[in-house]
Write a protein that binds this ligand. Structure first.
Ligand SMILES: Nc1ncnc2c1ncn2[C@@H]1O[C@H](COP(=O)(O)OP(=O)(O)O)[C@@H](O)[C@H]1O
Ligand SMILES: Cc1ncc(COP(=O)(O)O)c(N)n1
Length: 262
């Protein structure tokens, strides 16, 4: 029997199933891997927006991580929504304690519909304590603007932003271009080396959970033993397929179709 790869997601729950923990578990399962989850917060949300957040508390997040790492050690870890400083610090502490590897950190700050998912005063703790532990961080354009401190309008701006961010956070940096106007090109800055992952813009308004899905697909590929560039390329192919499959659920920006190639 082949060894089953294990991927852990540390993120918030989306009760409507499109983003967060639910998107991550669907993605990891579609990669034929074993998914585990440490839930940082419950959100009450759907395709039209977020109407409530209940965070799990730092101690309880720590207990979930102890249970996971002491029993079924993950081959890769994806980090998504983390609501406040205390939880960020706890996760950083546990990842160091258990020597976690293949960490993909998505610095989730604001939902697509505009609701804040991380408290405003937590950004510095995220930048100083948690993001530097990652193999790769995956900000979207708005998150990259917060991390670099200036507006990003063009592909040249993306390169400048990655260079600036790398001075504070010495990991590989993937700036996602899902919110660029004409293309969906993503930029990887890997310690000074630049790779563009080109993507045609797919005309599908249902993009709830694209960032969550991409980061857990990258984590699944790293768990499989692929290098970072191959992992991102495969993850981009996965998200392209899930967008092209045109699921249309809910009254707002709907979820992706994770069953398109099963
Ligand atoms: N309409 C689209 N067509 C093709 N790819 C897209 C589209 N929207 C997002 N993507 C891709 O989905 C991934 C997630 O990007 P993005 O939507 O920018 O992240 P987030 O959900 O964090 O805002 C990226 O690889 C991006 O290029
Ligand atoms: C619990 C949770 N985590 C993350 C997101 C962001 O989702 P997206 O992938 O669309 O940026 C979300 N809406 N809810």
């Amino acid at each position: 029997m082949n060894e089953m790869k294990k991927v852990l997601t540390i993120a918030g729950s989306d009760c409507s199933g499109g983003a967060g923990i639910q998107a991550d578990i669907k993605t990891i399962t579609a990669h034929k891997m074993y998914a585990m989850s440490a839930i940082t917060a419950l959100t009450a949300q759907n395709t039209t927006g977020v109407c409530g957040i209940l965070d799990a508390g730092a101690d309880f997040v720590g207990r979930q991580l102890d249970c996971i790492f002491q029993d079924i050690y993950p081959d890769a870890v994806k980090i998504g929504m983390v609501a406040n400083k205390e939880i960020i610090e706890m996760i950083a502490h546990k990842l160091v304690e258990y020597k976690a590897k293949n960490i993909v950190a998505d610095p989730v700050m604001v939902s697509t519909a505009g609701s804040r998912l991380m408290e405003e005063d937590a950004a510095n703790t995220l930048i100083e304590k948690l993001l530097p532990l990652a193999t790769v961080i995956t900000p979207n354009l708005a998150e990259a603007e917060v991390l670099c401190g200036f507006a990003i309008k063009t592909k040249e701006d993306c390169i400048k932003a990655a260079q600036t961010i790398s001075q504070k956070i010495p990991t590989a940096i993937l700036i996602k271009g899902g919110h660029l106007e004409d293309t969906a090109d993503d930029l990887l800055w890997d310690h000074g080396e630049i790779h563009w992952f080109e993507g045609k813009r797919i005309d599908n308004p249902n993009t709830h959970g694209t960032g969550c899905t991409l980061s857990s697909a990258i984590a699944s590929n790293l768990a499989a033993g692929h290098d970072l560039v191959t992992s991102i390329k495969n993850a981009k192919d996965y998200i392209t397929g899930a967008l092209k499959a045109n699921l249309d659920l809910g009254k707002g920006s709907g979820p992706l179709n994770h069953m398109y190639n099963l």
